[in-house]
Every structure is written in C-alpha cells, then in structure tokens.
Design a protein around this ligand. Structure first.
Ligand code: GDP
Length: 456
C-alpha cells in the first residue's frame, strides 16, 4: 500500500552526540521538495539536482533566514528503491550536536514531521518492503551485542524465518483447499487416496513446525543471551566476583553485609554469546524489611536464571545461611564456587566446587570455562545451523499453529467431519499470518515498532 500516509517524516539516524558525521533521514512523498527547500547547490542560489542513488555535495541552509549552516552530502533514494519504499533523502552533515539539531529543525520548518521510534521500519513494513519478522530483525540487528545474536538477526532479516514460515503456510492453505473442495459434496466420503494425502500433508507440516519451534531453545539464547545469577549470603564476594568476571567495576562492593539491595544485570563477553551477569541481594535469614524484599526478588531472579552461580566464602565456616542458599538453588544448571581462595580455607572443598578469588583472579579462567560448559542447551558456541526462531512471539505462533494442525489431524483420524478439519486448519493458518504480519496486526505494530530507536 504505497503512499499510505501523507506526511513526510524526518529524524536523526545516527546517535546523538559528537562524531565525524551525523546522518538525517527524510522519508515520504515530499522528501525531495523538503530537501530542496533546505539545500543549495554550491555557489548557486538554486537547489541541487536530486537524482536517485546519486550522492552530491550541497550547502544546508536555514529555510527561514537563508543562512548557510553546513556543507553536506545529499543522497536521494527514490521509492520504491528505498528502505521505506517511499522517497527517502539522506543528508550527511558534520557530526556536531548543534549542526544536527539545526539541520533537523530546518527540515521540520520546511514541512517534515519528527519521526516516532521505529517509524521508518514501520513504513518499510506497511509498504511491503519487509514482513513483520524481518522488521523485528532490523531491531534485533541494531541491538545485537554478540556474534550469535547478530548472526541470528541477519538470517531473519535476510528472510530465513519468513521463507520457512511461508512454506508451511502455503502447504496448509493447499490442504485446506483440498478439504474444502470435498465439503461441497457432503454425500461423498473422502476418497481414501485424498484422505491419505491430507493426513500425510498434515503430518509433514506438523514435523516442520515442531522443528522450527525447537530452534527457539538456541535462538532465545542467541538473541537474549544467557542469564547467570550470582547467589549467596551477603559478604561472600558476589559483587567483587561480578566485577572480576566483567573485568571492570560495576557492582557496589561494601564491607557492610547486605548492601546489594536489589539486583543488577550486566552484559559480559564470554565468547560468541551474550552473557548477562546478575548480582542479587544477599540471601540472609535474619534480614530487615528492605533486605527481605530484595531477597524475595533474588529468588525470583534466580528462578529465571539459565545458570545459578552459588558463591560461598571459603575463609569462613559454612553456616545455616549457606545451607539455605544451597538448598534453594539445587538444580541441574548450578555451579558452586568457593570465593576468597587467596585466604586460608576454613572448610574442606567438595569435589564439585571451584576455588576462585575475586581479589587475586585465581580460578577465574576455570570458572569462565565451567560457565560455558554448564549451559542448558549445550556449550556456548553458536550452532552451525542458522538459528531461526529467536523471539517468544514467533515461538508462540508456531506452537499454536502446530496445535491447530494436530487438532486437524486428530479430527481427520476420528472422522469428526471435514468442517472441523477445515476450521482447525484455518486457525493454524491464521497463526502463521499473524507471525508474518499479514493479518490482525494493529495492536502488534504499536508494541513492536515503539521499541525501536528514533531514526530507524
Ligand atoms: P557480596 O555482599 O557477596 O556482594 O560481597 P562483596 O563483593 O561486597 O565483598 C564483601 C567483602 O569481601 C569486601 O570487603 C571484598 O573486598 C571482600 N572480598 C570479595 N572477594 C574477595 C576475595 O576473593 N578475597 C578476599 N580476601 N576478599 C574478598
């Protein structure tokens, strides 16, 4: 639906701040006339020629006063050969906050409207340049902070998920047509050959959907990273260990027990995946009310962890509080460390525990290696297969579609009536159309695009 909106939007596309260049973006049917109103050919009072996909030097002027603001590079990309599918003009000016600000104001004075977050990508979606999964991939690509996340987002932007989903979608639509063709002749039973064909088609679709949905286990980790939660009573050295693992100061370290009141979360680089290290309020049996709220939060955060890292202090005898931390955290994805290995040990090490010292750095490489191995979905290496499903929204749609297909298959086997088979199939088809953004998208658009940055 080209030209679905009349206004032309403008925004700074580069991060605010000082840099070599700042890029402003204009998109919409008046992009060229607005650009022409704020640009002059060098040494001339006329606007520069705005030819598609041809960069030119021009002078940016204040349209109110005519004052020259900066020398800029102009790059027009006329629709439909542009990111949004509309006429787009990029203006590259010198990267000063003042110039970027004046340039944007000039565009607004000349008739553009300031873009909302994600509005360029939203227009690309509404103009059919991207489907919804690809639009989400744009946001994921911008936000990726690990190679695995970037790779998964790139695969999705390039259409990996969309193609797989469209494949199953088209197959289900064909099957529904086949079922519906026989609805028109109620006196006839489904010929055995057709019945077998539909059953086989449903089984194949189900297998594909299950395989796609199963990639979410790795995909979630690729996009969101692995959450490692440090758990332990106050003063065992959780904050110090977090800083040591990050290689920088982040958590508040204090000699007063119970100072890390809530929790903090920091991304750390552990190879190709993003790892979020969470430091939590110490778990203490006799805590004040503020601390107790923190402790409840701690247990909540720990429950959502991919790996729980229990921290004990080897320089002090183990006590009831350590015992309750160990009891609260028992599970397959747990590592236990004895911190303060630079001090003499007050108790004997259990075989499964690692000795580390946040202070001296002893044992930290071994701990990093153990974290990599402890992942619920295998080692911390990107899988060779491209990860397909990275967002819960996609995963839920695939699961819901698979359920519809399963119901259709069961109804067929039970000879429950072709109407029911067709109806279940239709539910499955709708789930995939929602995933691709072909239907029922109004509420989704707001949620998805407003999480973008402005200028994208
Ligand atoms: P948290 O309450 O568990 O987060 O513990 P902190 O990280 O705040 O540390 C509590 C105290 O233990 C501080 O005085 C740290 O300097 C000290 N500490 C932390 N790690 C070590 C370590 O490996 N060796 C020694 N000797 N002291 C440590």
């Amino acid at each position: 639906m080209p030209g679905y909106v009349d206004d032309t939007i403008a925004a700074l596309a580069t991060p605010p701040g000082t840099g070599a260049v700042a890029v402003l973006r204009l998109s919409g049917r008046n992009a060229c006339s607005i650009a022409a109103a704020v640009l002059r050919r060098r040494g001339s009072s006329g606007p520069p020629a705005l030819e598609s996909h041809r960069a030119r030097i021009a002078v940016l002027i204040d349209p109110a006063s005519g004052e020259a603001i900066d020398e800029v590079l102009v790059l027009p990309m006329l629709g439909p050969r542009s990111f949004t599918g509309e006429d787009v003009v990029e203006i590259h000016c010198h990267g000063s906050v003042l110039i970027a600000d004046r340039a944007l104001r000039a565009l607004l004075v000349a008739g553009a409207r300031g873009a909302r977050p994600g509005e360029f990508t939203e227009r690309a979606f509404l103009n059919g340049r991207l489907d919804l999964c690809q639009a989400e991939a744009v946001a994921d690509l911008i936000e990726s902070s690990s190679d695995a996340g970037r790779e998964a987002a790139w695969h999705q932007l390039e259409g990996g998920l969309s193609r797989a989903v469209r494949g199953v979608h088209d197959r289900l639509v064909d099957l529904r047509a086949l079922v519906e063709a026989h609805l028109d002749f109620p006196e006839d039973d489904l010929p055995p050959k057709t019945d077998a064909e539909i059953a086989a088609g449903l089984d194949a679709a189900r297998t594909e959907l299950d395989a796609l949905a199963a990639t979410f286990a790795q995909g979630r980790l690729a996009r969101d990273g692995i959450r490692v939660v440090l758990l332990g009573k106050p003063n065992v050295g959780k904050s110090s260990l977090l800083n040591a693992l990050l290689g920088r100061e982040r958590a508040l370290v204090s000699e007063q027990p119970g100072t890390t009141r809530d929790y903090i979360e920091e991304p750390a680089a552990f190879g190709p995946l993003k790892v979020l290290l969470c430091d939590t309020a110490g778990v203490r049996s006799q805590a004040g009310t503020v601390e107790r709220a923190g402790i409840e939060r701690t247990l909540e955060v720990a429950a959502a962890a991919d790996i729980v890292l229990v921290v004990l202090d080897r320089s002090q005898p183990l006590d009831q509080e350590d015992a309750s931390v160990l009891a609260a955290s028992a599970g397959p994805c747990r590592l236990v460390v004895r911190n303060k290995a630079d001090l003499p040990a007050a108790w004997a090490r259990n075989e499964a525990m690692l000795d580390v010292s946040a202070r001296s750095g002893e044992g930290l490489p071994e701990l990093a290696a153990a974290l990599r191995r402890a992942l619920p979905n295998g080692p911390l290496e990107p899988s060779r297969e491209p990860v397909v499903v990275t967002r819960a929204r996609h995963h839920e749609a695939l699961i819901a579609c698979a359920a519809g297909v399963g119901q259709a298959r069961a109804a067929l086997a039970a000879q429950a009536g072709l109407e029911i088979v067709a109806c279940e199939l239709q539910d499955g088809v709708l789930e995939l159309e929602r995933l691709l953004g072909r239907t029922d998208v109004d509420d989704l658009l707001e949620r998805i695009f407003r999480q973008f940055c402005i200028g994208k």
